[in-house]
Design a protein around this ligand. Structure first.
Ligand SMILES: [Fe+2]
Ligand SMILES: [Fe+2]
Length: 183
């Protein structure tokens, strides 16, 4: 897989996860209790893979292309700022989930608001990258850029969508598989 294909695949995977999280928001709004263990795995994956690998990877890409084009610089700065913001809201959401999993009483409507906010923030970010960043980048990047980037960026192993799934995401993995069978 080339860097570009990997980035696109990561985004497709993240959209799938956000779809699951969106369903959980609806369930919570209907007064139902979702599977919090599964929710925890999805949020943990977003924090583990997106925050630890995917976003730092993109940040390195931004450094490579910095100063080439004013429009691209602006979009990259915006995406990088969002990476920072998502770190913070992901940590807050994980903390709230941890409380629930440890039987602490927290208002469910507040938790739902936080989860919904997280989904919205992540979705807006992916949308900005898919619809604005990527097309702008593709108009500027050359074959040489991609060759250089292949050498500059090391490839992380995806613990959910990669070749080897981590046992920590087993419930989530099953859910993704069954969602696929249903559709
Ligand atoms: Fe990003
Ligand atoms: Fe991204």
């Amino acid at each position: 897989m080339t860097i570009l294909e990997q980035l696109r695949q990561d985004h497709i995977n993240m959209w799938r996860l956000l779809g699951i999280l969106k369903q959980k928001v609806s369930k919570l709004r209907d007064g139902e209790h979702p599977n919090f263990g599964l929710l925890d795995e999805a949020v943990d994956y977003m924090r583990n893979y997106a925050d630890e690998y995917h976003h730092p990877w993109e940040n390195k890409l931004f450094v490579h292309f910095a100063g080439r084009d004013a429009v691209l610089d602006k979009v990259m700065a915006c995406c990088e700022a969002q990476h920072h913001e998502m770190l913070k809201s992901g940590a807050e959401l994980a903390e709230a989930l941890d409380c629930i999993l440890h039987d602490a009483v927290i208002p469910m409507d507040k938790f739902t608001d936080r989860l919904e906010q997280f989904v919205l923030q992540q979705s807006e970010h992916l949308k900005l990258e898919d619809e604005t960043l990527m097309p702008t980048l593709l108009g500027i990047a050359t074959t040489v850029d991609w060759q250089e980037l292949e050498l500059e960026l090391s490839r992380p192993d995806d613990p959910l969508f990669g070749e080897t799934q981590s046992t920590r995401y087993s419930t989530l993995y099953q859910q993704l598989l069954s969602a696929e069978t249903e559709s």
